[in-house]
Design a protein around this ligand. Structure first.
Ligand SMILES: *[C@@H]1O[C@H](CO)[C@@H](O)[C@H](O)[C@H]1NC(C)=O
Ligand SMILES: *[C@@H]1O[C@H](CO)[C@@H](O)[C@H](O)[C@H]1NC(C)=O
Length: 381
């Protein structure tokens, strides 16, 4: 909706440029070898045919056009793959041409895309970070070392849910629990609030991504909002990175070297990738990892997805539950449920489970090492 009005608003000024880009897109490339797709409108292409839930629209288009779909979104040609078989074919046999992703304008805030692993271009920097990640971050030893911290986080979370639910019930409310990751810390709450907004903004269709010349103007204010939210998270992250740097300068010895130490102490081999990570690089990497690694880490501690004994309020049953979604970099429920009981489910001791699977651990580590070697052997895209 926003994009509609804004596009109309910017139309007169942009018309000439748009026409130019459209003509170029029409004449460039060989149209005959493209996958099928719906005919678009002049200039905007299929942009406004996708509706509020593009993934649902694309799924419907699959019935008509098959698993490979060609869409023109503004000046951007887009191929949509909706079949696991085709996806595997592309990523296995043509992995280098398809290795990079389109960076949403919003994620160029703070040059996020230049430092983060998740948004980087395939090349030396990415390879170095990927290698460190598979050797130092995703390995069981490292995950195991931080078990206490993560166990504390989840225990705090469970306690918080119980307290919130009880407090809300005491006030006559339904015992609503909206935010799971908050404990008592206001900074933690701010961090995850902003992180959630960042994920949502990053996935919000931005007219500037489809008409790149609109980037400087940022008509939907997405980049500006992103800068605002990222400023808050960056401040929080950079505070503890700074503390650690000062600790190192003061020569304080830590009992355990963690992932942050690994990043700060990294020195390149002078051939491939960066010599060192700048403080800005480290801030972004930590931010990037926190958003992605947390749910996986929680799962890792307990050896299975964390389960609660929910009860739904207001007579809602699993059959009548409102399953509407909200668009973001990941999809979330539009209307969060109101759980009225949140009891921790009896959980098996994670340690016992973890140590009962030494083969799996060894396999996983071997797999990661092999992957790291494979990445290194590859030429730049
Ligand atoms: C980050 O985004 C900017 C702006 O789109 C682009 O010029 C730059 O090449 C990107 N960098 C990487 C490493 O992808
Ligand atoms: C994991 O940590 C526990 C102590 O917290 C230790 O007893 C165990 O040996 C560790 N396992 C591995 C694979 O490092």
């Amino acid at each position: 909706m926003d994009s509609h009005t804004l596009l109309v608003f910017t139309f007169p000024a942009a018309l000439i440029l748009l026409l130019f880009i459209w003509t170029k897109a029409k004449t460039g490339g060989s149209a005959t070898r493209r996958p099928p797709g719906p005919t678009g409108w002049p200039l905007v292409g299929n942009m406004f045919d996708l509706g509020d839930m593009p993934h649902q629209t694309m799924y419907k288009l699959k019935a008509k056009y098959g698993p490979l779909l060609w869409l023109q979104l503004g000046s951007v040609n887009t191929m949509v793959v909706q079949s696991p078989k085709v996806a595997a074919e592309l990523f296995k046999n043509y992995d280098i041409p398809f290795a990079d992703r389109k960076i949403p304008d919003a994620l160029t805030a703070f040059h996020f895309n230049e430092s983060a692993l998740s948004m980087n271009t395939f090349g030396a920097y990415w390879r170095v970070l990927r290698r460190i990640c598979s050797k130092e971050f995703s390995v069981n030893k490292r995950v195991n070392e931080t078990e206490d911290i993560r166990r504390k986080c989840t225990d705090d979370m469970v306690r918080w849910i119980e307290e919130e639910a009880a407090a809300s019930r005491a006030n006559g409310g339904p015992g609503e629990v909206l935010d799971l990751l908050d404990t008592k810390s206001t900074e933690g709450k701010e961090f995850f609030d902003c992180m959630n907004k960042i994920m949502e903004l990053a996935g919000t269709p931005n007219v500037a991504d489809f008409f790149p010349f609109l980037k400087w103007f940022d008509p939907m204010k997405i980049k500006r909002t992103m800068v605002r939210d990222m400023t808050k998270t960056m401040k929080i992250v950079s505070k503890f990175v700074k503390e650690r740097i000062e600790e190192k300068q003061a020569g304080t010895q830590r009992a355990k070297r963690d992932f942050l130490d690994v990043l700060l102490e990294y020195e390149g081999d002078g051939k491939d990738g960066p010599d060192k990570f700048t403080v800005h690089n480290v801030n972004v990497i930590i931010m990037d990892f926190t958003s992605e690694a947390l749910p996986a880490a929680v799962e890792e501690v307990y050896g299975k997805p964390f389960a609660f004994d929910w009860e739904l309020s207001g007579g809602v049953t699993p059959e009548t539950m409102d399953m509407q979604e909200r668009l973001g970099i990941t999809l979330r429920k539009k209307v969060p449920e109101d759980p009225i009981e949140a009891k921790e489910e009896a959980r098996p001791d994670a340690h016992v489970e973890e140590e009962a699977r030494p083969d799996e651990q060894a396999e996983e580590e071997a797999r990661l090492d092999a992957q790291a070697e494979e990445d290194e052997a590859r030429p730049d895209g």
